[in-house]
Design a protein around this ligand. Structure first.
Ligand code: ADP
Ligand code: MG
Length: 700
């Protein structure tokens, strides 16, 4: 029986693929490109889909879109010369005729498909010119008078690479399954846990997904919701969850400076603010204040919708570090946002007698040298910058706190790299991560299991909701007129140019052209331009003029997406919104509605919208709540896009899917709890099996 693993059996993770028949040094090298080094890796190289070759379908019953096996006899074969040379062969089984079309073929192939030859072929049926056809089907010739043996299992389709074909992988997996039968994979989930969550045994699940029986439910397998697949997905999610938990626990055993605040600076700062902070800001600030006083590094994520006032919380945290005699670094994902933070921090903190340094990739050598010296000597209390802060030459006197704004743009590894900048005596710096991408709670539990999460769930008072409309760009003239009228009334507006390609050069060009066009049409207005290709020295004066109200209309690329804060701006036009994700549009729109004035956002789409695009834009029209929008975004696009770069680090799954399997997530967290308590020695092998080398993030 399967499921009883023999402890003495050789374990699949220590059997190199070269042990298998047909794998020499060359093949091993190619397999390594698929991260397959051992028999275990092969068993966890899961099919991406399946084909059903177990049933023969009569040609007369074929429909376009089917992927099936048929038998037939060649009636006619010819080479056609059209735009491309091709081989056409029509076959029949008495119920109908099917054309096989080949673009790559040799003389021998043509000869083998002579009239009267009998074939078994597998392929996808499509509508041809005069009849149904298959393009480049897989086929083999049948010997006269002999029936072809039908396949007994559904056929798995694997991810392949150059030099490793489907057939190669299938035959290697076949061999690996023999090892599996002999107990080469150890079950890591204790029986009680499997029972509690209704999970089949691992070896049974693996055998099933590689060789589903012919009566298996193909649609269930395609959706990856068969219990065998769910068992694997569960284990994979568990492995990821445990990795993040481990990362967190390792961090909690590292030393960090205890940043006990005196309230000297934070008190002064709060006093000089023209408003009082919201209850939510207060609550989150309190959580941070307590974390900073611990002797191990804080790892806290602050989520707060656009405009919820995360920056104030960041300033408070930074001031507590300074009160305790340490430095703080604030990092933002774009030049423009970093610049805005720098201007704000300097404005708020210079009166408190603090020196704020600025570090971006675009500093002149002399300025840079000066900044680096200010940081390493400890003269600068704070530094604001971009990812330039990661660079090796950047050294601190006593770095106590790292604040990362808009976390979804940075990967986990980058965050971990900054941690290494802590002073050697004081241990690792505390980390505060701020994001405006509100992630639904269950997803956050998995994606951020290494972090504590605080939510600023309240907007400052007096905000007016932004009314949003979608209009086709055939009404551009009307929109321009409206912008002109609004600006003449003393309102300020953004005009955002977007592009499909993430090419800042093309986007910059589009913004330049639009600015020129608008300047011509709206000649009485003062029009500014910012884009990612401008130097900070060119951009900064435009931004401050806009802030000061000297510019009426600011034409920009999506560089203004994050952080830009000009409360008097109350109108935004977004061109081609259908090209952007909902979360990004919500971010952009968050630039308006910051003052007390009624604000509006015009989504000016190009051409006619698809049904899906309609739906997406409707979500924005109907909701201003980042959490609702994020949930919809997740449903419409999947978590990869919603989580951004973080996804490309830790969260690459073989079989699990955060959206499809979201109901499992709370159970996965509970299972992790149980496993850590009752069978902790299973954790490391479990993680290695699924994540392997990737679990080595940050040297953990
Ligand atoms: P975000 O969370 O999007 O980063 P910001 O920190 O940029 O938001 O804050 C948005 C705007 O709201 C800023 O102009 C900020 O000064 C203002 N603000 C922050 N907190 C409050 C508050 N408690 N009351 C009034 N205005 C606030
Ligand atoms: Mg912000």
């Amino acid at each position: 029986m399967m499921g009883s693993s023999d402890i003495s059996a050789p374990q699949a993770d220590s059997i190199p693929v070269t042990t298998l028949k047909g794998v020499g040094a060359k093949m091993a090298e190619r397999l390594a490109r698929l991260d397959i080094l051992t028999v275990q890796d092969l068993l966890f190289h899961l099919p991406v889909r399946y084909q059903d070759r177990t049933r023969l379908v009569a040609i007369g019953e074929l429909l376009p879109g089917m992927a099936v096996s048929v038998h037939g006899e060649v009636r006619h074969t010819e080479v056609k010369f059209g735009r491309r040379r091709m081989l056409l062969s029509s076959i029949s089984d008495g119920t109908g005729t099917l054309v096989l079309r080949f673009f790559h073929f040799g003389a021998a192939q043509k000869a083998s498909l002579a009239r009267g030859a009998k074939l078994c072929c597998f392929g996808e049926v499509r509508e041809g010119v005069n009849s149904l056809e298959m393009i480049h089907p897989e086929y083999r010739l049948l010997e006269q008078g002999k029936a072809a043996p039908a396949e007994q299992h559904l056929t798995p389709v694997y991810r392949v690479t150059e030099g490793v074909h489907q057939l190669t992988l299938r035959s290697l997996v076949e061999q690996a399954l023999e090892y599996l039968k002999n107990g080469a994979i150890t079950e890591r989930l204790p029986p009680e846990l499997r029972e509690r969550f209704g999970l089949p045994a691992l070896d049974e699940a693996l055998a099933y997904v590689h060789r589903p029986p012919k009566d298996a439910a193909l649609d269930m397998l395609a959706e990856r919701c068969h219990p065998a697949q769910q068992r694997l997905a569960f284990e994979e999610l568990l492995a990821h969850h445990l990795t993040l938990r481990k990362l967190r626990s390792v961090m909690q055993h590292q030393p960090a400076p205890q940043l006990k605040g005196t309230a000297r600076l934070t008190g002064q700062f709060l006093e000089q603010l023209p408003f009082s902070i919201t209850a939510a800001q207060q609550r989150v600030w309190k959580e941070i204040r307590q974390d900073l006083a611990h002797a191990f590094p804080m790892q806290r994520l602050v989520q707060g919708d656009v405009g919820s006032g995360k920056t104030i919380v960041a300033v408070l945290a930074a001031l507590q570090a300074v009160e305790a005699g340490f430095q703080a670094a604030i990092m933002a994902p774009t030049e423009l946002l970093a610049e805005q933070h720098f201007i704000n921090f300097r404005h708020w903190l210079t009166p408190l007698g603090l020196e704020v340094a600025w570090l971006s990739g675009q500093l002149k050598a002399a300025e840079r040298k000066e900044m680096l010296a200010a940081l390493s000597s400890g003269r600068a209390h704070l530094v604001v910058g971009t990812h330039a802060l990661f660079q090796e030459q950047v050294m601190f006197d006593r770095l106590g706190l790292v604040i990362i704004d808009e976390q979804h743009r940075f990967g986990v590894h980058q965050r971990l790299a900054l941690r290494e900048k802590g002073g050697s005596d004081g241990g690792y710096p505390h980390q505060l991560i701020m994001t405006a991408t509100p992630i639904p709670r269950t997803l956050a539990m998995t994606a951020y299991a290494d972090l504590d999460v605080s939510v600023i769930d309240e907007l400052p008072p007096g905000r007016t909701p932004v009314s949003t409309v979608a209009v086709p760009d055939s009404r551009r003239d009307e929109v321009i007129e409206r912008v002109g009228a609004a600006c003449r009334e003393g309102r300020q507006a953004y005009w955002v140019c977007t592009l499909v390609e993430e090419s800042e050069a093309l986007a910059a060009q589009a913004a330049e052209d639009t600015a020129a066009m608008l300047s011509e049409t709206l000649s009485g207005l003062s029009i500014g331009l910012v884009h990612g290709r401008m130097k900070p020295q060119q951009r900064a004066p435009v931004m401050s003029a806009f802030k000061a109200g000297e510019i009426d209309l600011l034409v920009a690329t999506t560089v203004i997406e994050v952080g830009v804060d000009v409360p008097n701006a109350s109108l935004m036009i977004i061109e081609n919104p259908e090209r952007l994700g909902l979360a990004q549009l919500h971010q952009l729109r968050g630039r308006v509605g910051r003052g007390s004035r009624e604000s509006s956002c015009v989504l000016m789409y190009h051409g006619s919208l698809s049904e899906a695009a309609h739906q997406r834009l409707a979500v924005l029209r109907e909701s201003g709540d980042g959490f609702v929008i994020a949930q919809k975004d997740l449903e419409l696009r999947g978590p990869g896009d919603v989580l951004g770069t973080r996804q490309t680090g830790m969260l690459q799954f073989r079989i699990a899917d955060l959206q499809r399997d979201r109901e499992m997530l709370p159970e996965v967290a509970r299972a992790a709890e149980l496993l850590l308590e009752e069978d902790p020695q299973q954790v490391t092998p479990l993680v290695e099996r699924w994540i392997g080398e990737r679990s080595q993030y940050g040297g953990v």
